[in-house]
Design a protein around this ligand. Sequence first.
Ligand SMILES: *[C@@H]1O[C@H](CO)[C@@H](O)[C@H](O)[C@H]1NC(C)=O
Ligand SMILES: *[C@@H]1O[C@H](CO)[C@@H](O)[C@H](O)[C@H]1NC(C)=O
Ligand SMILES: *[C@@H]1O[C@H](CO)[C@@H](O)[C@H](O)[C@H]1NC(C)=O
Ligand SMILES: *[C@@H]1O[C@H](CO)[C@@H](O)[C@H](O)[C@H]1NC(C)=O
Ligand SMILES: *[C@@H]1O[C@H](CO)[C@@H](O)[C@H](O)[C@H]1NC(C)=O
Ligand SMILES: *[C@@H]1O[C@H](CO)[C@@H](O)[C@H](O)[C@H]1NC(C)=O
Ligand SMILES: *[C@@H]1O[C@H](CO)[C@@H](O)[C@H](O)[C@H]1NC(C)=O
Ligand SMILES: *[C@@H]1O[C@H](CO)[C@@H](O)[C@H](O)[C@H]1NC(C)=O
Length: 698
Amino acid sequence: MKETLVLTGSLLIFSLVSQTTEAAYTIGVGRADCTGPSAEITFMGYAKATQKGCGIHLRQYSRAYIFDDGSKRVLFVTVDACMMNHGIRKEVISRLSQSYNDTYTFDNVVISGTHTHSTPGGFMEDVMYDVPALGFVKETFDALVDGIVRSIRRAHNKMVDARIFINSGEVDGANINRSPASYLFNPEEERQRYAHNTDKELVQMKFVSTVDNRTIGAINWYAVHPTSMNNTNCLVSTDNVGYASILLETSRDPDSLPGQGQFVGAFASTNLGDVSPNTDGPRCQNTGERCDNPSSTCNGEAKYCVAAGPGHNIFESTDIIARMLYDKATELLTSDNSTEVTGEIRFIHQFVRMPNQTAQYRMDNGTVIEVRGCAPAMGYSFAAGTTDGPGEFDFTQATKTSNTFWNLVRDFIFPPTPDDVACHAPKPILIMSGNIKIPYEWQPEVVSTQILMIGNAVLAPVSGEFTTMSGRRLRDTVRQAIVDNGGPSDARVILCGLSNVYTSYIATYEEYQLQRYEGASTIYGPHTLTIYLKLYKELASNMMNNVAVTSEASPYQFPKHLLGLVPPVIFDSSGWFFNFGDCIQQPPSEVTVNDTVVVKFISGHPRNNLLHESTFLTVEKYENGKWKVIATDSNWETKFIWRRTDFVKGSSEAEIRWHVTGNVEPGTYRISHFGFYKYILGGVFPYDGTTRNFTVRN
Ligand SMILES: *[C@@H]1O[C@H](CO)[C@@H](O)[C@H](O)[C@H]1NC(C)=O
Ligand SMILES: *[C@@H]1O[C@H](CO)[C@@H](O)[C@H](O)[C@H]1NC(C)=O
Ligand SMILES: *[C@@H]1O[C@H](CO)[C@@H](O)[C@H](O)[C@H]1NC(C)=O
Ligand SMILES: *[C@@H]1O[C@H](CO)[C@@H](O)[C@H](O)[C@H]1NC(C)=O
Ligand SMILES: *[C@@H]1O[C@H](CO)[C@@H](O)[C@H](O)[C@H]1NC(C)=O
Ligand SMILES: *[C@@H]1O[C@H](CO)[C@@H](O)[C@H](O)[C@H]1NC(C)=O
Ligand SMILES: *[C@@H]1O[C@H](CO)[C@@H](O)[C@H](O)[C@H]1NC(C)=O
Ligand SMILES: *[C@@H]1O[C@H](CO)[C@@H](O)[C@H](O)[C@H]1NC(C)=O
């Protein structure tokens, strides 16, 4: 009895104390390598089948953040991948449940893709999205799941008492609207409320441990496509936002190599649907003329109209955009004008079958009409691609008329019904993906709708790429619904793009009318956004009123074995005169700042082992009687380039490039290569090789 009283007493004191101290949350941050197979797998993003991996420039990471207020917990993960999908989220949650029971579920877990277009594809399951990669690639899927789960375990295992701060600032010159003609279709009075046709604000949440006042991590959201690397790039790269993360993390932990420090700093995706980083805008590659006409064509052809800049080449452009984001994030991280996030954690989630939804839409003249969702379909302009990466065929954007030949091909495969045509109008349908389930689903019908609330910071994950104006409308709707239902008046809504399920684009009803790429890729028809606004409003209201929701739909069940035509690695051979790891091109004996050291080794296929949490290369400096690693394949200054030298014999070489930057100290250096080879009679074995020493002089 006495013991119980004492216990109750101390609990009372504890709760009094915790009300007056500021550490309202426990927070865990974690990061892990999730790099996919870096050679001979088509990249996801530009839908260009011939854009296959040839090595690594920047490794992919998954960054996980867990927030707990003592009674409720939410998990936000951002992954260096083109997008997320249901299959990966489901597998991640299933693996977590083996260790943590029902701590992490569809309800409280968000997984968002950064949208880099330079990482391996084939992980999507839905047929249409895996077509460029020749179907499902289990190696990519597993690499992502392994890395995501590892990052979450790391976050879970080091939860600390911490405070959350939110801040934002404008970044100018880092993005442009790539469909400005569509944007202009939005009502004038709505456009007048905004200074720009893209969002310029970088929003940051930072996490400060109350144990030692250390800033343990930060998440930054900025609307921009990670397409500074164009569709000619074949090195795995996390593009502008991925490099911004590496810059931020290594600046906080200067003694750590990329991907290895304590501080976990992410740049996550938001309403980037119509937003390009190629700030010089589109030009005709054949004539040099501008091509920012509504159809983005050069003499009628889309394939020559490509946007670039601000640098002279794709690496320089990636670097410039990354540094703009990194600079602003650093400024916010160190400024003292941020606002503390306080209040309880809430979350709500619902799977919804979009083609079955209806909503009310107020027309310009005030009449309210009932609108509906359509079965998924892609329009003609989808095949035109964008000015960040035009399509391969003779399609152009802003197409509202159709072509007899393509209609014939389309109808032979899967014809739309008259009702489909009416539902999607004015979109001319090219791919009626919603009507075909052979061999399985082509595009999702069921999306994930979700809201997480951490005090007055509200995360709204969405299943696709919202355009600038779509994102603004969703944020306003959610904020208003929260305020209307008794939530904090300073609630700040952050749209988390490309989360959980991928369903291409979400343009506004008005933008949809022009049928540029984003409108053509708005798969549930002209009122896709109208329906989302209704769903998220209801969700916000239910969340605030503690009304439990159930999902009336569940995502498509894919068969256990998915179709994939990518052949496995058969075997590797080093040739008669060499061994794996032999250095066949040595460095010069002496190099200096701004030189690029190029060396080559006899190699195995990088797909034999992805070397997660490790590296295909090291640059080492001889220091105090020991070799010290100063760079890996995650460093900006290095490139790991793999190429086949003889397909029949199975031989290949690894080229390693190291750019000697101004901060490299003079001394003795060497470069090593690590890998695995596949023996012709079976088995996969490690090898390594090292160059001779060379000198970096002043
Ligand atoms: C797992 O969670 C369920 C539901 O909350 C609970 O009934 C069960 O006891 C838990 N199992 C373990 C091992 O904690
Ligand atoms: C806070 O400081 C940052 C960095 O100096 C600045 O970009 C931002 O505009 C400031 N915000 C406010 C609300 O003053
Ligand atoms: C953390 O910061 C607060 C306020 O700046 C200060 O009062 C406290 O002593 C610091 N604690 C540690 C462990 O440095
Ligand atoms: C890609 O960028 C490179 C420069 O880095 C340029 O030479 C090339 O023309 C661009 N190609 C396309 C299709 O954008
Ligand atoms: C959803 O719509 C499809 C076709 O439009 C219909 O077959 C199905 O019964 C509907 N499902 C529900 C749950 O309303
Ligand atoms: C508004 O426009 C729609 C379609 O053009 C029309 O059907 C409706 O009658 C109009 N309503 C009014 C009040 O003019
Ligand atoms: C290296 O190149 C940079 C940029 O081109 C230049 O500013 C710098 O002066 C060069 N350094 C040396 C030592 O040549
Ligand atoms: C490379 O340099 C290290 C350190 O100076 C030395 O111990 C080693 O013998 C050198 N190796 C060669 C092959 O010169």
